[in-house]
Design a binder for this molecule. Structure first.
Ligand code: HEC
Ligand code: HEC
Length: 417
């Protein structure tokens, strides 16, 4: 649905003016470079020459036409701006100061076609009005087949009314009435995307009327109610205060992310490794009996000592094998990220989880999924890094001998916990 410039210019105001001004210059350069490009093509492929020349002249003609149009819009914008006396609904959009010689400036019509959003404070609403009665008629005609005559929803199509006081139920009925915090969302949603399959065919006045009728269906207004751009802001929705800003990242995450206390244990307890590394947590769901079993052994082992079943000879072999990794990885006290991330505490850690290291996408994806380095994953990775993590930037072909991998894993566990 393209709108005529007279309609949208008062709204876009300054933005249109600035876009319009930039437009003439952009068009000239664009046309020039286009012609140059065309000319070299002509020289290179004589057979194509005639066709290309024809296209070029069509482009130039189109450019000239657009330029004239831009000038027209620009003058109209100036006129509108003067008569609007500066009382504009919208702030002008920021305009990039420099051109990059790419594409062309969007036409005001193109911007207007996208720029249909309505904000909670009513910005973006076009002028118009509609009452419950009209809304009921329009709704019956183009909405009720799916949403029901009373917005109660046909079959599984969304219900738009009712459900108040169900939001804390196990199965809340979230409707426009019970759930939506802003009326602007209803207006915008209906105007932008309904009727389903035939979006953006509802006029502004019809939308006001439909929204009034949806409010009426929710018992939120009387039957003689009329909604317009003038009284729109006065309306407060039932669930307006039901949404909060999610601040858990600041208030809660730190509580769960503190480093575990690894000191001041009671006499006789020596910490050798984290439980997650030792793999004492059952991976799959286990029966109750087995879980209790685990609990029992855990208690028993904390009472004595958590000892890794680590073989010193294996660790030593691992240290040797790690020479192949040292060019890129550090491990142990003071280890830092180099070409590869440092590998302290790597076993049991999230894959791609070292802060401050710039991983490849495949690692980022694994981190997002919360994948963890257990023995199985590490063995597969070190056998053929590029197969296991397709697209990894780790330039290491892999170990041929499984013993080397066992040794490395033992070493990784023993070093730099
Ligand atoms: C052909 C069936 C159909 C018609 C006709 C239709 N809708 Fe819808 N409507 C849907 C579907 C499907 C959804 C859910 C869309 C989604 O979730 O992506 C929906 C969603 C909605 C919602 C959001 C409901 C919610 O709680 O998320 C509103 C409001 C709405 N429609 C209003 C209208 C209005 C007003 C009309 C008439 C102008 C209309 N619809 C016509 C099928 C229809
Ligand atoms: C040529 C440099 C290089 C060598 C050699 C190398 N790596 Fe890597 N390694 C990297 C890079 C780079 C990454 C990050 C991978 C990515 O983002 O795709 C990485 C990632 C890893 C990771 C995952 C780290 C994490 O935070 O999830 C492990 C484990 C690892 N390497 C172990 C080893 C081992 C063991 C060796 C020796 C056998 C080795 N690497 C050899 C460069 C190297």
């Amino acid at each position: 649905m393209s709108k005529s410039p007279n309609l949208f210019l008062p709204a876009l105001g300054g933005a249109a003016l600035i876009l319009g001004a930039g437009y003439g210059i952009a068009t000239n350069q664009w046309a020039d470079s286009k012609v140059t490009a065309m000319e070299s093509t002509v020289a290179a492929a004589k057979a194509e020459a005639e066709k290309v020349a024809e296209m070029a002249s069509a482009e130039v003609a189109r450019a000239t036409e657009l330029e004239a149009r831009a000038l027209e819009i620009q003058n109209e914008a100036k006129r509108q701006l003067a008569s609007a006396g500066g009382a504009l609904i919208r702030e002008p959009a920021p305009v990039a100061a420099e051109g990059y010689g790419l594409g062309r400036t969007a036409l005001p019509e193109e911007i207007a076609a996208w720029d249909v959003d309505v904000l909670p404070d009513g910005r973006g609403l076009p002028e118009g009005r509609g009452d419950v009665f009209t809304g009921e008629e329009v709704f019956a005609e183009i909405c009720a087949s799916c949403h029901g005559d009373f917005a109660e929803g046909v079959d599984n199509w969304p219900v738009l009314a009712g459900g108040f006081d169900t939001l804390d139920d196990k199965d809340p009925v979230k409707t426009v009435g019970s759930y939506w915090p802003y009326l602007s969302t209803v207006w915008d949603y209906v105007h932008r995307s309904m009727p389903f399959g035939n979006a953006q065919t509802v006029t502004a006045d019809e939308t006001y009327a439909i929204v009034a009728y949806i409010l009426y269906s929710n018992d939120m207004v009387d039957e003689d109610f009329e909604l317009s751009h003038e009284n729109f802001r006065e309306f407060t929705m039932y669930n307006a205060d039901g949404f909060i800003v999610d601040d858990r990242a600041e208030t809660e995450y730190p509580i769960w992310r503190t480093e575990p206390c690894m000191e001041n244990c009671k006499d006789g307890v020596e910490i050798t490794m984290r439980a997650s590394v030792l793999d004492v947590t059952p991976e799959e769901e286990t029966g109750m009996a087995e879980e209790e079993d685990h609990a029992a052994t855990e208690v028993a082992s904390t009472d004595t000592t958590v000892v890794a079943a680590a073989d010193p000879a294996l660790i030593e072999a691992g240290e040797k094998a790690f020479k192949k990794c040292q060019a890129c990885h550090q491990i142990g006290e003071g280890a830092a990220n180099k070409t590869g991330p440092h590998l302290n505490g790597i076993m049991g850690r999230t894959i791609g989880g070292m802060d401050g290291f710039s991983y490849s996408n495949v690692f980022k994806a694994a981190a997002e999924e919360g994948q963890v380095w257990d023995e199985e994953a590490m063995t597969a990775f070190l056998t053929k890094p590029r197969d296991y993590m397709e697209g990894t930037k780790m330039a290491f072909a892999g170990f041929k001998k499984p013993e080397d991998i066992d040794a490395i894993i033992a070493y990784l566990k023993s070093e730099g916990r």
